[in-house]
Design a binder for this molecule. Structure first.
Ligand SMILES: Nc1ncnc2c1ncn2[C@@H]1O[C@H](COP(=O)(O)OP(=O)(O)OP(=O)(O)O)[C@@H](O)[C@H]1O
Ligand SMILES: [Mg+2]
Length: 211
């Protein structure tokens, strides 16, 4: 397989929505430890809206419109910090995909690179701040490494999920520097970040949709 098509990307969004539903209580539990216990609710609500639009999304003329519509849907339906951040991820990813109906590995890397940079600009978080960036940043780096090593899409996605899991787990030992969790300072150590966990689930859903 050399490219990823719209149908597979719509499947990704569908898988993400189902996984948010399954993990709603888990994400809320993580956010209750060091936040305000709404992350599961926020993510389920946002991705349910995406699910409701699945027919419309499937009819997108290209991947840029698919991602743009997804980003707008997430921004308008998720409350809290994560809505604008995940919305920005998809909106900024869409910008570099004009007219594309298929993605090769370079396109995937480029669009996620732009998407994650958008999240960093918007949220001002860097790696090590105990946020979704601790998953998303290494994911882009992993795709870039896979591209340089001329790996297949399937191999690249396998590596990407491993890196995402490692990033998610790395947040447990970190001190939160952004969002409500940062108010706890050192007391945030010992808890896995909720947004890093939802990002891992989204990344894992992408691999599942494509294999
Ligand atoms: N500035 C930021 N940059 C990147 N990610 C962030 C930032 N602030 C929060 N997050 C991520 O969002 C998650 C919390 O999302 P949630 O849906 O609970 O919204 P929230 O309750 O408004 O957020 P918070 O309590 O962190 O301000 C965190 O676990 C973290 O991963
Ligand atoms: Mg919260």
């Amino acid at each position: 397989m050399k490219t990823i098509n719209i149908t597979q990307l719509v499947k990704w969004l569908e898988n993400s929505a189902l996984v948010m539903r399954e993990n709603k209580d888990y994400l809320t539990k993580l956010d209750s430890d060091i936040g305000d216990a709404d992350h599961g609710f926020n993510m389920e609500r946002g991705f349910n809206k995406v699910l409701e639009k699945l027919d419309e999304l499937s009819a997108s003329k290209d991947i840029a419109s698919l991602f743009k519509n997804t980003g707008m849907t997430l921004i308008s339906s998720i409350g809290g910090a994560s809505g604008p951040l995940y919305g920005t991820l998809f909106l900024q990813a869409s910008i570099v995909l004009k007219d594309k109906t298929e993605l090769n590995l370079r396109d995937l890397k480029d669009c996620l690179d732009n998407g994650v940079n958008g999240v960093k600009l918007r949220g001002k978080a860097s790696i090590g701040d105990k946020t979704m960036i601790d998953v998303l940043d290494p994911v882009v780096q992993s795709l870039s490494d896979s591209l340089n090593a001329e790996l297949s899409i399937s191999e690249a996605l396998t590596d990407m999920v491993q890196v995402a899991e490692k990033g998610m787990k790395s947040t447990t030992d970190l001190i939160a520097k952004k969002g409500r969790a940062s108010y706890l300072g050192e007391r945030s150590i010992g808890h896995q970040d909720a947004g890093a966990t939802s990002s891992y689930l989204i990344v894992k859903s992408l691999k599942k949709a494509i294999n």
